[in-house]
Structure formats: structure tokens, C-alpha cells
Design a binder for this molecule. Structure first.
Ligand code: THU
Length: 135
């Protein structure tokens, strides 16, 4: 079981590091792994807008960089201070659906409201590694 308050605290703590001078929309994410470590990420934008990286992808790529894999991940939190809870974009859903287990909690919060979901719900009928076979 993940630590609900702690994962959200770490996510909100790193929100100040979001680099979003173009959209001015700040997003942070935090992954809790089996050994109790928290790995964070923020959105990092670029003048060539399409090359921006979302907070969820920053966090999951860092976790994989550190050698963790989907079975080591207890939960991921994605936070903003927006009016409405932010859900992962389509690109992040594709990436997270491969790099997280389908039932791993995905916690979305804006500091006022929360939604706990998972990749099975966020990306049903997904395309993945197992689909790359012919014949
Ligand atoms: N963004 C994220 O980092 N995560 C989301 O779940 C939604 C969108 C970022 C991408 C871009 O830097 C900014 O928010 C506006 O789309």
C-alpha cells in the first residue's frame, strides 16, 4: 500500500520546479517505489512547444533511469493547482500504460479534490508490446 499523504506532499513540494513559461500551467508528479523512495518529475517546456515533457513522463522516466520497473512502483500522483483536476494527456497515457501495471493507483489532485484511478481505466483497449506480433 502506498502512503497517500506522503506521495501527495512530495508531488506538491516539487510543483515549484515546474518549468512552464509558455503555458504557465504547472504540473508535478511523484512515484512511490517499493523501498519507500519517492521519485518526482515536473513538466519541462521548450520554445518548440511540442518538445515539452509532461510531469508524469519526467517522473516515470526518472524511475526507470534509476533501475526501477513497473513491479517496483506502488503508485503515481499527478498534481496541479488548477480549478479542475488534471488527468494525464493522451501521450502520457500511452507511455504510462506500458510502464505501470494496469492496477497501480494513479492519484490525481488539485489540492481540493482527488481522484484515484489506474491505467486500465485511463486507457482501455490500449495498444502495447503484446500487440506487436503478426501472422
Ligand atoms: N501537462 C503535464 O505535465 N501533465 C498533464 O497531465 C497535462 C499537461 C503539461 C504539459 C504542458 O507543459 C502543460 O501541462 C500544458 O499542457
Amino acid at each position: 500500500m502506498y502512503h497517500h499523504e506522503m506521495i501527495l506532499k512530495h508531488a506538491f513540494d516539487v510543483l515549484k520546479n515546474s518549468y512552464a513559461p509558455y503555458s504557465e500551467f504547472h504540473v508535478a508528479a511523484c512515484i512511490e517505489v517499493e523501498n519507500g523512495e519517492y521519485i518526482t518529475g515536473v513538466n519541462v517546456e521548450n520554445a518548440s512547444y511540442g518538445l515539452s515533457n509532461c510531469a508524469e513522463r519526467s517522473a516515470i522516466f526518472s524511475a526507470y533511469t534509476q533501475g526501477y520497473r513497473k513491479n517496483d512502483i506502488k503508485a503515481i500522483a499527478v498534481v496541479t493547482r488548477a480549478e479542475k483536476i488534471t488527468t494525464p494527456c493522451g501521450a502520457c497515457r500511452q507511455v504510462l500504460s506500458e510502464l505501470l501495471c494496469p492496477d497501480t493507483p494513479v492519484i490525481l489532485s488539485n489540492g481540493k479534490k482527488e481522484l484515484v484511478t489506474n491505467m486500465k481505466e485511463l486507457l482501455p483497449f490500449s495498444f502495447g508490446q503484446e500487440d506487436l506480433t503478426e501472422g
